[in-house]
Write a protein that binds this ligand. Structure first.
Ligand SMILES: [Zn+2]
Length: 188
């Protein structure tokens, strides 16, 4: 997929920001370890090394670096939606228990090609009106485009197209986002 230049620089900036945050926090922790190493001199060296390694790995997992490493762009049609209240029983990602549940977990099966499907986690976490608005886009039959490093997926319906930068749902006829001005046509 050849991305428009504004989307390309957004994705690049987003990835760099995440990697930068991770490096900075790991570096800061390393600095503390070096500074306070003397205070733990009586602790066994092997134990110390193990604890230090564990501490240095905290930002890696806290900042969800594994997710970034395995993040791949894809495009396909949503074929099935799974919520915790039933498998494939709903065509929408919005859970039927939305008023009573505080957290939700929603995933979907996406048809990439005639012979290939992919299961993705759409959302896992707290449920509120902002999340409901985003989840409302994920419906069976809609086209989904995920760009590696982007915060939002693009969902294309018969009359709507969403923005991968701010998540805004635009009229299908628009070429730029009404909210943030970014390009909407990703396969330009
Ligand atoms: Zn936008």
């Amino acid at each position: 997929m050849k991305l428009p230049s504004d989307i390309k620089s957004y994705v690049k900036g987003n990835i760099l920001k995440k990697v930068g945050k991770w490096l900075l926090s790991t570096f800061t922790l390393a600095l503390f370890i070096i500074l306070f190493n003397d205070s733990f001199k009586n602790v066994d060296a092997g134990v110390r090394a193990f604890v230090y390694a564990a501490i240095l790995l905290i930002p890696f997992f806290l900042l969800k670096m594994p997710k970034l490493i395995f993040d791949r762009s894809f495009e396909g049609i949503i074929e099935r939606i799974y919520t915790v209240d039933g498998v494939g029983t709903t065509s929408k990602a919005i859970p039927t228990y939305e008023t009573t549940m505080r957290t939700v977990e929603v995933s979907a099966e996406v048809r990439i090609s005639a012979s290939k499907t992919k299961t993705i986690v759409i959302y896992s976490g707290r449920f509120d009106s902002r999340v409901a608005k985003i989840l409302n886009n994920y419906q069976v039959g809609n086209r989904i485009i995920h760009i590696c490093g982007a915060k939002h997926d693009q969902i294309v319906t018969a009359d709507k197209i969403s923005c991968i930068i701010c998540g805004h749902n635009n009229k299908r006829s628009r070429t730029t986002c009404a909210e943030c001005g970014s390009s909407l046509n990703l396969s330009n």
